[in-house]
Design a protein around this ligand. Structure first.
Ligand code: TA6
Length: 293
């Protein structure tokens, strides 16, 4: 991105509380700063990377070892997994988690309403017209709209792969899924019965929950609670890599894994979305910080 690009984006889209700059790796970054919150996003992957509501610390985790380059996903924030989740079902030569997070999306609109800044980005992936709307305020809301612009029925998987920063992985728990069975993705998708207690993350955890409640709560006793509410999303994925897997991920690292957990608003696996030609689907994730009661 050049300084002329910055000026052009600013002229076209900047609103009070939103500016553009050359971010990490020279990638185009939008920066939000209002009385309600501070935030940031990249056109690369339409990826939100920062959100700090007024009166709180940063909510999203961004790896200090993240890469910011074409063709690579940024480790942290809220990557968009689309149109498949995980490994491609038939083609081992294509990237994990689809194509959305490694392409540059087009900024289509930016507006301010009160102290909330809302941006809309778009891209076309195969038959799919995609739009990501991110609303940065005292709440962070991401909405992924997908339309089947093809001439035949088709299915896709999608996940808003949110990384949350935590004080320490041993201190946190996730409530709301105590009564929900899950697939254990660390054990070849083995079906597991509901645990009956909040999720603890004292080892590698990689779980796909289906038929999920509207919201779950990440409880970090030393810090705060974060509520994650999903709409148009039939799945929740919970992931922490643990030491061994983290050590194998160069852009994560053997120390940082204790400071993050992924709680993903998703529609994947058996809950993949089927759209007839011309039909559209909306998936929304609403993230709120609340104080410990
Ligand atoms: O969402 C959990 C997961 O599917 C894990 O299995 C792990 O692979 C993680 O996503 C990160 O995937 P990535 O391709 O970003 O390294």
């Amino acid at each position: 991105m050049t300084e002329d690009d910055v000026r052009a984006l600013t002229a076209a889209f900047a609103v009070d509380g939103l500016r553009f700059e050359r971010g990490e790796g020279g990638l185009t970054r939008g920066v939000i700063d209002t009385p309600a919150c501070a935030g940031a996003f990249y056109l690369h992957g339409a990826q939100v990377t920062r959100w700090r509501p007024a009166g709180h610390d940063e909510v999203l985790w961004l790896s200090p070892n993240a890469t910011f380059e074409d063709g690579r996903a940024i480790r942290g924030g809220i990557p968009i997994c689309f149109p498949w989740f995980g490994a491609h079902p038939t083609d081992p030569g294509v990237p994990s988690h689809g194509l959305a997070r490694t392409r540059t999306w087009e900024l289509q609109d930016a507006r301010r309403e009160g102290d909330t800044v809302e941006v809309r980005l778009g891209t076309r992936i195969e038959r799919w017209e995609c739009r990501l709307t991110a609303s940065f305020g005292d709440t962070l809301t991401l909405t992924l709209d997908v339309q089947n612009a093809g001439d035949a029925d088709a299915t896709f998987e999608a996940a808003l792969h949110s990384y949350f920063t935590v004080s320490d992985i041993d201190a946190v728990s996730i409530s709301g899924l105590e009564a929900t069975p899950f697939l254990d993705l660390t054990a070849n998708r083995a079906r597991r019965a509901p645990e009956g207690v909040p999720i603890r993350l004292d080892r590698e955890v990689d779980r796909l929950y289906g038929d999920v409640p509207a919201s779950v709560v990440l409880c970090d006793p030393a810090r705060r609670q974060v509520q994650i509410e999903g709409h148009g999303a039939a799945s929740i994925v919970v992931w922490n890599p643990g030491l061994e897997k983290a050590s194998r991920l160069a852009d994560l690292g053997e120390h940082e894994w204790r400071r993050m957990v992924c709680i993903e608003t998703a529609s994947v696996g058996d809950a993949r979305v089927a759209l007839a030609a011309g039909e559209a689907h909306r998936m929304t994730s609403v993230i709120r910080v609340t104080q410990i009661p």
